[in-house]
Design a protein around this ligand. Structure first.
Ligand code: C5P
Length: 321
């Protein structure tokens, strides 16, 4: 790989990317699919924050919640009984420690399975399996964050693949910038709403939530404000959304292989053969800048990132801001 891990000891910039990823970055930066206004994310431009200050900014500004029954378009009759009455915190009960497991290829040969499973709750992403990978990623799945693209993909069999049966499902879809629920409901990126209802019909006893889309652009603004250059005008990756979700639920969060360890590889996912450095460094998502942010928020040792790919973050409820 042309990008040794030690680069993440400091701030990463797009200048450190290879020519292909730089080109992809410029294209996404120029496109503005979600109609982000030019002034967005410039509020505190230049005043980049560190550590606990940054976590306090997250706590003060982010709306981390799932949709409630009856709000906006979800008051329609076809949504009766579809959205959960209990919010995620009630659903999961009291938690002390939470693990967020990125799907990075560098989880291979990590031997982190036992450590990950020792957390009260484990969040996984999209199609990430545990069966056959227990030694490296563990076997517990408490929450699975799924994007709408996966939910709509024929190959993924979201409605009947048993991979999606364990844990609480949380679904998300990129909404237009500053859109209200009605606007988003009319034009989701992928058909999240029909797929969500279909899944609920086939699995009525599995808890399933939809992430409130307000979080996406609140988080995007924080990433942009804290970045030294103009970032992609697309929503953050599942990885950061899941991290923030767990920060809102747990007093202590460990994030695995989001900041890459010494095992860093171009292998996109630990469960596939596909190779692309963009999975780790970003293309569509402003992943490079998300990771800069997480690196600054990390309360753990650099050596823990290097050895284990482990980042340690205090939950939002523990912060005295
Ligand atoms: O690819 P997918 O979105 O399912 O992966 C889950 C998350 O893990 C990503 O959104 C990204 O934040 C993180 N990831 C990563 N490096 C990789 C693969 C995934 O940081 N190589």
């Amino acid at each position: 790989s042309p990008f040794p891990w030690h680069l993440w000891k400091e701030e990463m910039s797009t200048r450190m990317l290879g020519p292909r990823l730089q080109r992809v970055f410029k294209n996404y930066q120029a496109a503005n699919k979600y109609r982000v206004p030019p002034e967005a994310g410039t509020r505190r431009g230049g005043a980049r924050q560190m550590g606990l200050e940054l976590l306090c900014q997250l706590k003060a500004r982010l709306t981390v919640r799932t949709l409630h029954p009856g709000e906006g378009p979800f008051a329609a009759p076809e949504w009766r009984g579809i959205l959960p009455e209990r919010d995620l915190a009630e659903e999961l009960g009291p938690l002390q420690t939470c693990a967020v497991v990125s799907s990075a290829g560098s989880l291979q040969k990590s031997g982190l399975g036992k450590e990950i499973d020792a957390h009260d709750a484990v969040l996984r992403f999209n199609a990430a399996p545990t069966i056959g990978y227990e030694h490296d990623v563990g076997s517990k799945t408490t929450v699975r964050l799924v994007n709408s693209q996966l939910m709509a993909s024929k190959e993924q069999h979201f409605l009947d693949n048993p991979l999606y049966d364990s844990g609480v499902l949380v679904a998300w879809d990129p909404a237009p910038y500053a859109a209200d629920l009605q606007e988003w409901y009319r034009s989701p990126d992928y058909p999240i709403f029909t797929q969500f209802r279909a899944r609920r019909a086939q699995h009525p006893h599995q808890a399933a939530h939809i992430l409130h889309p307000q979080l996406e652009w609140e988080l995007w603004e924080l990433i942009q404000e804290n970045a030294a250059e103009a970032i992609q005008r697309n929503p953050p990756s599942s990885g950061l959304l899941g991290t923030v979700l767990m920060l809102s639920l747990c007093p202590l969060v460990h994030v695995y292989e989001y900041l890459p360890s010494r095992r860093q590889t171009d292998l996109c996912h630990y469960y596939e053969h596909f190779q692309d450095a963009a999975c780790t460094l970003g293309a569509y998502h402003p992943l490079l800048f998300e990771k800069n942010l997480v690196r600054r928020m990390n309360r753990g040792l650099d050596a823990d990132v290097f050895q284990h790919g482990r980042v340690t973050l205090p939950g939002l409820s523990t912060l005295n801001c």
